[in-house]
Design a protein around this ligand. Sequence first.
Ligand code: ASP
Ligand code: MG
Length: 412
Amino acid sequence: MKRDVVIQKYGGSSVADVEKIQRVAQRVVSSRREGNDVVVVVSALGDTTDNLISLARQITDNPAERELDMLVSTGEQVSCALLAMAIHSLGEDAISFTGAQVGIITDNSFTKARIIDINAKRIEDALNNDKIVIVAGFQGANLDHDITTLGRGGSNLTAVALAKVLNAKACEMNTDVEGVFTADPRIVKDARKIDRISYEEMFELASLGAQVLQPRSIEFAMKFGVPIHVRSSFSKKQGTIISKEVSSMEDTVVSGVAINKDEAKVTICDVPDKPGIAAKIFRGIAKEDINVDMIVQNVSRTGATDVSFTVPSGDLARTIKAAKDISKKVGAGDITFDKDIAKVSIVGIGMRSHSGIAANMFEALAESGINIEMISTSEIKISCVVNKRCGPDAVRAIHSKFGLGKKRKTRA
Ligand code: ASP
Ligand code: MG
């Protein structure tokens, strides 16, 4: 009889040392003994990936991306082999594979490759031979058989993609937290575990700074309708289910609060207020391959206006240089910048049908004496840029204003 396939992904902190690997082995074996076909996806041990990248940086500032992938993909190869051995010690049959070995075929974008196809035959054969299958996360190979990686946190994507091709009953993301929280519990003490959240909200939260899941893996899960269960590796408790929107979710106006401290604000002063200038500015920035996030343009009374925008902090130096060149070309003025900003955001699909959410968010900040520097909104999110020092207070104030804490009250 055909058994259900269960995908279990374990992040780096869940396999950080031998003892933890042995604990994971036990969890895998118990799922197997419950009668499932188990396919495990593992990340590299603890901080291995960071350490490998730092080794490369000690050799060169600008490592060839092909070689970087060759290097960092080894981390997952170590953990999958060790986990297979730990499972053998518990008396079950297991076999480990690299991404290339199980036919994960990607494009040629080293360090951020996209999966183009998976030929799962090797996994299916192993499952049919009653083996537990362990797959090295985060990697594949291009059509030239060169090893590629899927971007940081990419083991999640491996897990979701395998869940799709193997038609798995469940895709569990086992991690060091109990699920997805209404805010980072290190910042907000009474942050609450969310039982169920839509793909869209989770995608926004992850993109806005919540670190539980790689946004790309959520996009992929949404596209193929793979439900995800984020849960703790260290307990049996139910975590957070990420799935397609169900009508009861609409009742939740705000699902979570996220903070991102990795952006910087750049202002181009005295920009001529004429058609075509904004196009020139942002074309110039885009040419440098810099991703602009928020943009604010003031109303002009004098024929000139200030334009502010945010970019990833790592791109600030390049952005300033590009902005100076552009400013000269369009006849604008000085460039100023601010690295000490934090973007605080709320996300919730209920915003589509409730009013007053923005006012509530701004009031929460006002009541805490926090100044708003920039605002942006979309259908299901509102973001405010504030001073970096005020970031955590802003998160706490907003979290409590919307009653997201342990004792739940709804407010609109
Ligand atoms: N080990 C890789 C990283 O740290 C992939 C992963 O953990 O998912 O980004
Ligand atoms: Mg890792």
